[in-house]
Design a binder for this molecule. Sequence first.
Ligand code: F6R
Length: 610
Amino acid sequence: MCGIVGYLGNPEKTIGVLLNGLKSLEYRGYDSSGICIVSDEERNIFKSEGKLENLRLKIEGQNLTAPTGIGHTRWATHGKPTENNAHPHSSGPVSIVHNGIIENYKELKDALSKKGHKFYSDTDTEVLAHLVDEYYHDGVLLEEATVKGFADVEGSYAVAILSENEPDKIVALRKFSPLVIAENEEEKFIASDVPAILPYSKNIIFLEDGDIAVITPDALKIIDSEGKEIKREKKLINWDPVMIEKAGFRHYMLKEIHEQPRAILDTIRGRFSEADYTMEFQELLKLNLKKISKVLILGCGTSYHASLIGKYLIESIAGISTEVDLSSEFRYRDNVIDKNTVVILISQSGETADTSEALIAAKKQGAVTIGLTNVEMSKIAREADFTVYTKAGPEIGVASTKAFTTQIITIYMLAVFMSISIKRIDKVQSKELIKSLISLPKLMQVALELDKSILNLAKEFHTYRNFIYLGRGINYPVALEGSLKLKEISYIHAEGYAAGEMKHGPIALIDENMPVVLIAPKHGNYFKKIMGNFQEIKARGGRIIVITSDETFKNQLGGDDRIVLIPECSELLSPLVTVIPLQFLAYHIANLLGTDIDQPRNLAKVVTVE
Ligand code: F6R
C-alpha cells in the first residue's frame, strides 16, 4: 500500500533519487511522506503531511548531501496521516520505513514500554524501530539486531532500516510484502516496486519472504535469519522507464485509457498461431483440462468485474461451469472446490492481500490455481501453480483501465485455449474466435476517438450527484465497472445494475435528477430487452445516455437524452469497447470537478491489507 525507496551511492544524488523514487511510487500511497539520510557526520529526517510535493518543498534549497538514505510514501493504516505518524520512524540511532501491518504491535509496544521505551506516534511501525534498537548494542551489527528484533513480529512487512552508527549500510527485509533490490556500477537501490528503480537498473532482484538484504557500498548481500548467505537471480525487467511517464497526457489515467489498443496487442501477441489459428499458452502446457469440472474466478474491485466477464466467456466458449466470487468473501465461507476445480485469481498488482490469501486457501483445498496478473514475480505470480501475464505495462493511475481490458482479453484467450484443448470447438470455430480478437485493437482505437465528444457530455452531466449504470449479459459487469470508475475518481454516487433487475426495485430511484447510462451494443436477444428497459426509464422521466452501436436508437431519444455511438464488435468482446466511453466519462467528469484523478482520496493502488 505504501511505497519504500532506499539508495546508497553518490552523496550528491541521494535526495534526488529518493524523491524521484517516491514520486514514481506515490500511487501506492499518498497521504504523507518522509526521508532519512545518514552520513558520517549526521542523520537528517524530513517528513510532511499530504502529497510528496510538500516534502519536496521542505527539502528544496537545503543543499543536503549524504551517501545513504531511505524514503517512504504512506497510506495510513495505524494512526492518522499526520506528520508525526509519517515514516521514517526512529528509536536511538535506528530509523525505519515500513509497508504492511504489524498484528501484534500492541503486545510488543507494552513489553517495550515496560523496558523504558517512550513512543511518540500512533503507528505500528514505530514499534519496529524500538525493537531493533532494543537489540542494537555495542558490537552488534544492524542486521543482527534486526534479526533478533523481528523474531517476535507477527504480520506483514517490507522494511528498510538505517543506523547513524553504520552510515554505509541499509538493511531490508520482507514478509508478505514486496521488496526489490538492484545495483549499477556505482549505486545500490531498494524499493517496494520496480518503477522506482527502473531508471537506474533493469536487472532486479526480487527478495523472497524471510530474506534479509544487507546493502553496503561493496555488495548486495542476502542472508537468512541464521546469517547464511542466499543467492537470488537477477531478473531483467523490460519495462521502458518512459512507460511510467505521462507522455504529454494530463493524467496517468488518461494516458492509460489511450494505451489500451497497444496493451491489448502486447497481450495477444505470440499467444496464437496465425498459421492454424490455435491458441498457444506455453504457461499452461502441463494443465490437464480434461479433468476439470469447474472453474472459479476470484478478484477484487475492477479485477472482480473482469472475473464476472470471465464467467460469460468461459461458459460460452469452453462450456465449463464457472463461478465467480469476491476474494474477500471466498476466504471466509465454506466453499466447495477440489482438485478438479481450476481457480483463476485475477489481480493487476498480484499483491492484493484478499486475493493472495484466497489463492493460499484454494491451494490448501487441492484446487489447481492460475494467477492472472500484470506484475512479474508478484506474490500471486510466484505462488500460483500456473501464471498467465497480462502485458498492460505499469499501471500508475489508481483507477484501473488498461489492466481491466487486458484481463478480459486474457480470459477470452484462456477460454479459447480451454475449448480447443477439450475439443469443444473445431478449427473453423477457433479461427472465428481468434479472428475477432485480432481486429479488436482497431475497434478500440475507433472508440478512443470519442474522447472529445465525451468531454462535451461530461460538461452537461458533471453537476448531477447520482448516476445509474445499466447493462445486460456480458455488459452487466461493464455497468458495474463504469459506476466504480465514476465513484472512485469523482466521488459521485453511482450504482451499477443488471438492466433486467431495474423493475425489481431500483426503478423507484428514476426521476429527472438521476441520469441513467445504458450500455446497449447491438446484439441479438439483449438488444431487444434493453430497448424495453430504455422505454421503462423514459416513461418515468429519466435522462438517458445510451452507449450503443445502433444508430437508429437516435430516433427513440428525447431532447434531453444523449447517444454515444461505438463501433460494432462481436458480443463476447464488446466489453472492451463499451467500457472505453465509460472510462472517459468518469475521467472528464472528475477533471471538471477538479478531483485528484490519479490519486483519489482514501484509495491506494495496491491493497496489501485485508
Ligand atoms: C479500481 C481499482 C481497484 C482494484 C482492486 C484490485 O479502479 O483499481 O478496485 O481493481 O483493488 O486490485 P488488483 O487487481 O491489483 O488485485
